[in-house]
Design a protein around this ligand. Structure first.
Ligand code: NAD
Length: 356
């Protein structure tokens, strides 16, 4: 492995931009040298943290020591900042959602290709442990072949009081959180999305969605329900997945959860009917004793490298990107189908650009 450290300048030194300094410290292949933000107080913070605080983006682009531009601005300016970076011969790491549309992303990719530079999108939630546990269960069929995957994030704080309220800046929860949950699903499930239906919520009266629900049907039979809410004072589990042999639940990011599977060693005993409410049911009675097994969740599957170690290897030409741009484009196309399905109140088909 090469010992060269690749130099990054952060453009947009806000919440996520400054957080990247911590992420980059975890890699010994990449180093932050400076930052640029439109706001003077953010530039001052960067200088206080020991980074070169550039006074303009032109100054960043003109600095030959800057190899990589990390874009962590609001979404509407990602494309222009990226295209100018490629024209100046820099590599780009861009925050999610990489662009406001698939057309914008295609322009960014064309600029990267023309310059022969790397464009990598920070779809960091591929590394989340809760997701990797589900991915492990999907691949190993721990609870049998999965046929339903429900992926949710719920909060009760509304949309944060920043640009995320503003449609023209790429606000709204489908672009903000949806892009993560959809990226995880498409990364995991090796099958085409055959149809999507959805609804967006505008409970808080903004011109952008404060949450959404989308139902995706995959060609291999899996149905996925994806939901983001910002008005949920009681949250539903992060993951609820059903397989032919069992069911699993992950409550939250601390990985509280369990899986319950059919006990094939036990002889089949009919459940005893129970009184439920004012009625009687055998169908909904708990399984009879010994007919199921409750276990801890399996350990998470590993990705081959951290995001920044992978970036360094991609720049050096020694590895394939873990986050591939064809996959990023596919997620943007899916997001567009979800917007269209909600707007028309229709099921949308024949849109997925998946290639087996
Ligand atoms: P933020 O508002 O906290 O920070 C954005 C910063 O960009 C601000 O300081 C602003 O002054 C600056 N800025 C705006 N336009 C600029 C320009 N043209 N040039 C230079 N600086 C400019 O926003 P945030 O929460 O940090 O989000 C930034 C990006 O990071 C968004 O794309 C968001 O979706 C993404 N994000 C990703 C994650 C993740 O987990 N991957 C988490 C949070 C945010």
């Amino acid at each position: 492995m090469s010992s060269i450290k690749h130099t990054v300048v952060i453009v947009g030194y806000g919440g996520m931009g400054s957080y990247h300094t911590q992420l980059i410290k975890e890699s010994d292949r990449v180093i932050v040298s400076g930052a640029f933000d439109l706001l003077e107080d953010r530039r001052t913070l960067a200088a206080e943290a020991g980074y070169t605080a550039y006074s303009s983006y032109e100054e960043v682009l003109a600095d030959p020591d800057v190899e990589i531009i990390l874009i962590a601005t609001p979404n509407d300016v990602h494309k222009d900042i990226a295209v100018r970076a490629f024209q100046a011969g820099k590599h780009v790491v861009c925050e999610k959602p990489v662009a406001m549309s698939s057309a914008e992303f295609t322009e960014m990719q064309a600029a990267a290709d023309a310059a022969g530079r790397v464009l990598m999108v920070h779809q960091n939630r591929r590394w989340d442990e809760d997701f990797r546990v589900i991915k492990e269960m999907y691949e190993k069929e721990t609870i049998g072949s999965l046929f339903q995957i429900e992926s949710r994030v719920h909060g009760a704080n509304g949309i944060p009081g920043d640009w995320r309220h503003v449609k023209a800046q790429g606000g709204g929860m489908l672009l903000d959180w949806g892009v993560h949950l959809l990226d995880q699903l498409l990364f995991m499930i090796d099958s085409k999305v055959t149809s999507v239906s959805s609804s967006l919520s505008f409970i808080l009266g903004n011109d952008v969605d404060d949450g959404f629900e989308a139902i995706l049907q995959f060609e291999n039979g899996i149905k996925a329900i994806v939901e983001v809410g910002t008005t949920n004072f009681i949250t539903l589990p992060r993951w609820y997945v059903k397989g032919l042999e069992g069911t699993a639940i992950i409550e939250d990011w601390s990985l509280r959860g369990r899986m319950v599977t059919r006990n094939n060693a036990s002889e089949k005993i009919e459940p005893t009917p129970i009184r439920a409410g004012v009625g009687l049911t055998k169908t909904m009675a708990p399984p009879s004793e010994g007919s199921t097994i409750t276990e801890d969740l399996p350990a998470a599957s590993e990705l081959s490298s951290s995001f920044y170690d992978n970036l360094a290897a991609v720049i050096e030409g020694t590895a394939e990107p873990i986050v591939k741009n064809a996959e990023v484009l596919r997620v943007l196309v899916l997001i567009e189908a979800i917007f269209e399905a909600a707007e028309k109140n229709e099921t949308i088909k024949n849109f997925d650009i998946y290639e087996a």
